[in-house]
Design a protein. Structure first.
Length: 214
């Protein structure tokens, strides 16, 4: 059962082995703070299994701060059940972290554009997954069985283009969201290197291999 922890700003009491309360506090420094214990425990599991630090870039948000950063009026951050997370070491790129998080979290969003490179996670009871490669534009993948949609030569929906941009970042290619010949050839080379079927189609197995989650 999920439990909400209430605390004051600056409280460094440990919640789990590697996370303390203040890591999830509202950035504006307001006095009353909350965080969901299950949220932290799920993050700790990823932290422990993959032996890499996770930095909380946004945890709880009060109404005033949420509005200031352009958060949705119904943002899960308002209820202490969400966090924006990144691996400061680069061991887990945003796609890898999102794939891992999607196994246990209800809400998972991948944000990768400009200098933004983080994953939103929350413990809502329903599934919601999305990709964001442009500030304020969200392409939902909740209807897919896997967080990253299958893409190939000719994929052209907005969601597919967003996924292709992330794929191109992973492959070190120019980022244009177009799955052309260069992207296909690079995918085929990656598939061959990972002993996968060399078909140029990026499904679950290829996503995991290229992202580094095998």
């Amino acid at each position: 059962m999920s439990t909400l922890i209430t605390f004051k700003a600056g409280d460094k009491t440990p919640i789990t082995k590697n996370f303390t309360r203040n890591e999830f506090q509202c950035s504006c420094g307001c006095s009353a703070q909350i965080v969901d214990e299950m949220l932290v425990q799920k993050l700790q599991t990823i932290r422990t299994v993959y032996d890499t630090p996770l930095r909380i870039t946004s945890g709880y948000r009060c109404v005033k701060h949420n509005a200031a950063v352009g958060g949705a009026k119904s943002s899960k951050h308002l209820y202490g059940i969400a966090a924006d997370v990144k691996d400061p070491t680069g061991k887990l790129n945003p796609v890898a972290l999102a794939i891992l998080a999607s196994n246990t979290f209800g809400g998972v969003g991948v944000y990768w554009y400009g200098t933004a490179a983080f994953v939103h996670v929350d413990v809502r009871k329903t599934k919601a997954t999305w990709l964001c490669t442009q500030k304020g534009v969200y392409n939902y993948t909740s209807h897919h069985t896997f967080i990253m949609p299958t893409v190939r030569r000719g994929s052209s929906t907005q969601t597919e283009k967003s996924a292709i941009k992330m794929l191109q970042r992973l492959l070190g290619l120019p980022v244009d969201g177009i799955f052309g010949k260069n992207t296909e050839n690079t995918v085929r080379a990656a598939q061959k290197a990972h002993n996968l079927a060399v078909d140029g189609i990026v499904g679950k197995n290829t996503w995991c291999a290229i992202a580094g989650v095998e």
